[in-house]
Design a protein around this ligand. Structure first.
Ligand SMILES: [Zn+2]
Length: 127
């Protein structure tokens, strides 16, 4: 898979970043996947690895939303995990572990938590 960092000379003012939905108005280094029509702003290119950008574009395409859409200072990953576990037990739901992992990742991205931050929090939560 080859992905490109591209330079755009003239952009339509209505273009929005596929990750954070920021307006992309000026000439800047942006990213466009070979597998997706969405483009990613320079801020997100600096903040995230290309691998993470590819993942996020797929997750937002499949499940909707965007990075930090539901950003909330009071969001607690630990509380979210506990509530989800209680819900699964109460309703006797059996979910595929991959499905559960993608559900977690989608939720944390909506709350403005990066995949690396999620991994660190999950490691400390499991200790
Ligand atoms: Zn962005």
């Amino acid at each position: 898979m080859n992905s490109l960092k591209i330079f755009v000379n003239s952009l339509d003012n209505s273009l929005k970043c596929a990750i954070c939905r920021a307006d992309i108005k000026n000439n800047t280094n942006i990213y466009q996947s070979e597998h997706n029509f969405g483009i990613v702003c320079s801020n997100c290119c600096q903040k995230f690895s290309i691998n993470d950008i590819e993942w996020m574009m797929k997750i937002f395409l499949a499940y909707g939303g965007y990075f930090a859409e539901l950003e909330d200072q009071n969001f607690s990953l630990e509380r979210y995990l506990c509530n989800l576990a209680e819900d699964l037990i109460k309703n006797e739901k059996i979910l595929d572990i991959n499905e559960l992992n993608i559900k977690f990742i989608h939720e944390i991205l909506l709350h403005g938590i990066t995949i690396q931050e999620y991994q660190k929090k999950l490691e400390s939560f499991l200790k």
